[in-house]
Design a protein around this ligand. Structure first.
Ligand code: FES
Ligand SMILES: [Fe+2]
Length: 330
């Protein structure tokens, strides 16, 4: 397939890393569904053992898409068109009306991992193996925390812009009008970018009176595809934000929220609703910016900005193809 390029950005739309292709709860045993990522079409299915698999979508026989009507048998998937069957490594293991299976009847399998209730695929345009995995989150399936509430958005932007949002401290006040954030720590920890921000939140945004409240936010960004935001305020809230490049122009942004339970379930429910509504509002506010802005390779920053320069330095490791300014490509 020819290389896809988006003229809005001086780097490839498809970074290296782990990217979400679905939530665990969306894929029951024996189910299959279509997925699009990195400008490729794929089929995601869950075998009878409970393990998920991801293969390229198109059957090499006559081109049917296995994610539209493919049926799962054991750990294999059968094409809906003429019933050729492929095992979980993509090798055709049965053609019901042939005496010999063509040797090249095989489909590319993708490396995936299911963790924290999220199914993720590894992407590296060179085919290199992953150098890290997404972390195990202690809040997931923890009885002290609620289950996820999830929201998904398709946005015309790049992973680079979305991940930069969390280090862009002043925009929380001026765009979202929700809080004043001061980043007191930001550091590169290999493939992880960590920030700690002190925040002053306007509680009216959450329908909790006119006061403001002090708290903090810790963000760990594990590559471009997976970040974890922990908000410490009147409530403890975790947001797992994932961004998957779809086709070079659009990304799928998914948010899963959980709240540390209060003794009063009604309070837990209330906080959960407020947080989801608030993030939804923020995404809509950000979306309008993201879809219409340009990417400035060498922005003019001031001393009140967050650690955007450090973030971009960290980000470079996931963008091996950077055709912008040659002085920055080293
Ligand atoms: S196209 Fe899949 S079996 Fe024919
Ligand atoms: Fe934002």
């Amino acid at each position: 397939m020819t290389e896809v390029w988006n003229e809005r950005f001086p780097f490839s739309p498809f970074p290296v890393g782990w990217f979400q292709v679905g939530y665990s709860h969306e894929l029951a045993v024996g189910e299959s569904r279509p997925v699009q990522a990195f400008n490729k079409h794929m089929v995601l299915y869950r075998g009878q053992s409970g393990k998920p698999y991801l293969l390229d979508a198109y059957c090499p026989h006559l081109g049917a898409h296995l994610g539209h009507g493919g049926t799962v048998e054991g750990e294999s998937i059968r094409c809906p068109f003429h019933a050729w069957r492929y095992d979980c490594t993509g090798v055709c293991d049965e053609v019901p009306y042939a005496s010999r299976i063509p040797a090249n009847a095989r489909i590319k399998p993708w490396l995936i991992l299911e963790r924290n209730g999220i199914i993720m695929v590894h992407h590296d345009p060179t085919g290199a193996a992953p150098t890290h995995e997404p972390p195990v989150l202690p809040e997931y399936q923890n009885p002290e925390w609620t289950e996820y509430r999830t929201r998904t958005y398709r946005i015309k932007t790049h992973n680079m812009e979305m991940a930069e949002n969390s280090v862009d401290a002043p925009h929380f006040k001026f765009l979202h009008k929700t809080m004043t954030a001061t980043c007191t720590d930001a550091r590169i920890d290999g493939h992880v970018f960590r920030t700690h921000c002190d925040v002053k939140v306007d509680l009216s945004r959450w329908g909790m009176g006119d006061d403001s409240m002090d708290g903090s936010i810790d963000v760990e960004t594990h590559g471009f595809g997976f970040s974890v935001v922990r908000l410490h305020l009147a409530a403890e809230v975790i947001t797992i934000a994932t961004v998957t490049p779809v086709d070079g122009e659009w990304v799928d942004a998914r948010f899963a929220f959980a709240v540390k339970k209060f003794e009063d379930p009604a309070m837990t429910e209330f906080i959960g609703n407020q947080v989801v509504d608030d993030i939804q509002k923020q995404v809509e506010e950000d979306q309008r910016i993201w879809e219409n802005k340009i990417f400035i390779d060498k922005p003019i920053l001031c001393d009140g900005d967050g650690p955007i320069g450090l973030y971009r330095k960290w980000a470079r490791q996931f963008l091996p193809v950077y055709r912008g300014d040659s002085s920055q490509a080293a």
